[in-house]
Design a protein around this ligand. Sequence first.
Ligand SMILES: [Zn+2]
Length: 159
Amino acid sequence: MPQPKDIETAKQLFADYLSNNKLRKTPERYAILSAVYTINAPFDVERLYLEMEQQHFRVSHATIYNTIQLLIDAKLLVKHLLKNKDLYEAAFHLKTKHYLVCTECGSVREMTDKLVQTNIENSKMGRFQMSHYSLYIYGECSRCRYAKNRKRSNKNKQK
Ligand SMILES: [Zn+2]
């Protein structure tokens, strides 16, 4: 869970980034940052847009896309490398994570597995020093499998 402390730190880092790059510190940019750190899961642009609406903050899609890019550049947001849709996640407290990615609907779920983590952390990487990692495991989520099975059994009934 992101802590209020994390959001404050992220805001400070974003302020530094904007100053260093001579970019304007607009309320919209900070509001988007807060929303990003409030959503505690990988999200797409539509989800972020809804979060902004819930916080009664009206911003254009262009501003959202533009700010997302700034947050990625400032290393406060990561973009998941998935093929069906672009998903983003707050990066500040993001360390080591395992994701289960559904190739049908594109949903992403987190998974913890201490054994996998220990094995990767103890892997030989030569002179490379790992800071953290993301692991994507692809397959079909339970919802998609259920939907497929139901379709199949309906077909069988019709025969
Ligand atoms: Zn699915």
